[in-house]
Design a protein around this ligand. Structure first.
Ligand code: ZN
Ligand code: ZN
Length: 296
């Protein structure tokens, strides 16, 4: 049952990655029920390369639910299938991934959504340079095939041969994307920390955002994934932990929810949750960390 959401501080859009089981519009209801003002969702099964066509009635229902509960498309960030590897050196995997990216962007359009987040890819037995070129090639292809949805690259933990652990790699991909108005970045706090960006000490968030601005450009930042990390700084493991319960700790999350450069973008939880500290409680905690503006 949807509950009434509490008044939120202006400009901070905190929410979580919610399920679409039972129908894609259920994601909207789930978000409302946990007190979310933003949300992420998958656009279909994570197990199949080909998916049944999006049901038009379901798409309409989704858009109606978003309008009813006041979700602006810029605060909704669909997450791509984990099957995709747009940087794969294997021709068949690359081709299937490229097609899937087109399909995902088309679904976003049909749902009235304006941006789409995905993991850039992995080089496997190829080189990072070739991998980044392929990723940009897949993005350029998808941009040609679909209307104006923005492709949002997620930073990675640098596990195995995955690309996007370093900000410079995201920059390289963006450099090869022709339509720069249709590319952006989502920063995952767990991935950044695992990749070696220390956001845990006081001022850590500010420093990393400064570095992101220097290397990539803050105008490309479209979203944040709010996750604590089970693994230590620089461990390269992609292991999410509940807010304040991991190696990053609460200081960084307090800084994030009070950082003006992160106003008006979706701040999305992808944490495992534990009894009594599920998404609803973590969203409530994060909103409680927002400081009231001092009058001067
Ligand atoms: Zn992700
Ligand atoms: Zn993430």
């Amino acid at each position: 049952m949807a509950q009434k959401r509490k008044i939120k501080p202006k400009k901070k859009y905190i929410g979580a990655h919610v399920s679409i089981s039972g129908g894609i519009w259920k994601a909207v209801e789930s978000s409302v029920a946990i007190g979310g003002h933003a949300f992420a969702l998958f656009l279909g099964s994570q197990r199949c390369w080909t998916r049944p066509a999006l049901d038009t009635a379901a798409a309409v229902k989704f858009q109606e639910a978003c309008a009813q509960h006041g979700f602006d498309p810029i605060h909704i960030l669909p997450h791509g299938s984990y099957l995709m590897n747009c940087g794969s050196p294997k021709e068949d995997v690359f081709s299937k991934s490229q097609n899937m990216l087109v399909d995902e962007l088309s679904r976003c359009s049909a749902l009235g959504l304006s941006q789409f987040n995905f993991h850039p890819g992995a080089s496997i037995d190829s080189t990072p340079e070739k991998c980044m070129e392929k990723i940009a090639q897949a993005i350029n292809h998808a941009h040609q095939q679909t209307p104006a949805v923005i492709t949002v690259l997620e930073n990675m933990s640098g596990q195995g041969s995955t690309i996007g652990g370093q900000f410079s790699e995201l920059r390289s991909i963006i450099d090869s994307v022709r339509d720069k108005t249709r590319v952006g970045v989502c920063l995952d706090t767990c991935h950044a920390f695992a990749a070696g960006y220390d956001i845990s000490p006081p001022g850590g968030v500010k420093n990393i955002l400064d570095e992101f601005d220097r290397v990539v450009g803050l105008h490309y930042l479209r979203a944040i994934h709010l996750n604590d990390s089970k693994g230590q700084l620089g461990c390269h493991l992609d292991r999410h932990e509940d807010i304040g319960c991991g190696q990053i700790g609460i200081t960084a999350f307090r800084e994030i929810v009070n950082e003006p450069r992160l106003d008006n973008i979706p701040l999305i939880l992808e944490t495992p949750g534990r009894p009594g500290f599920e998404y609803a409680e973590q969203i409530e905690l994060l909103y409680s960390l927002c400081e009231k503006k001092k009058k001067n």
